[in-house]
Design a protein around this ligand. Structure first.
Ligand code: HEC
Length: 129
């Protein structure tokens, strides 16, 4: 019994360390290395309903205005999200959202880690069939 408590305590302690590391990851907005933050986002559990509301928002971040509600995109300028939602890792999707590219702005400063995780959960649920 006491053995179990010690084990539990050390698990809680190491979880605490992980939490501190991901907090550091959220502060970078202009850096080009999003790997720490992308891993922190990948470790979160996203909400499909919150992500769907964000994706379809017409105020901000307006993802669907470019990638369309069904995720088909507007090739060749705006990629569809069906293939990435099915094949990319959480880290790759998080990095794409944080970084932006071409017409897509960087969402590193306007979205929280949890919001990016919610968006990824939605992309998987809605488009990765
Ligand atoms: C102004 C139009 C626009 C908006 C708004 C926009 N995107 Fe994009 N998105 C793009 C373009 C253009 C690219 C291609 C970027 C590149 O090639 O570097 C892209 C790329 C991506 C990719 C990578 C696709 C791949 O092929 O790997 C993902 C994932 C993505 N966007 C998700 C989102 C999400 C989620 C939002 C909302 C938070 C969003 N985008 C908002 C235009 C947009």
């Amino acid at each position: 019994m006491s053995h179990r408590l010690v084990l539990l305590a050390s698990l809680v302690l190491s979880a605490g360390c992980g939490g501190a590391a991901s907090t550091t990851g959220t502060t970078g907005t202009t850096g080009t290395d999003y790997s720490t933050r992308a891993s922190a986002i990948a470790a979160l559990s996203g909400s499909v309903s919150s992500g769907g509301a964000l994706y379809k928002s017409t105020a901000s971040p307006t993802c669907a205005s470019c990638h369309l509600a069904d995720g088909s995109g507007q090739p060749p300028t705006t990629p569809g999200l069906i293939e990435p939602a099915a094949n990319d890792t959480d880290e790759e999707l998080a990095t794409a959202i944080l970084k932006g590219g071409d017409a897509m702005k960087s969402y590193a400063s306007s979205l929280s880690d949890q919001q990016v995780a919610d968006l990824i959960a939605y992309l998987r649920s809605a488009f990765a069939q």
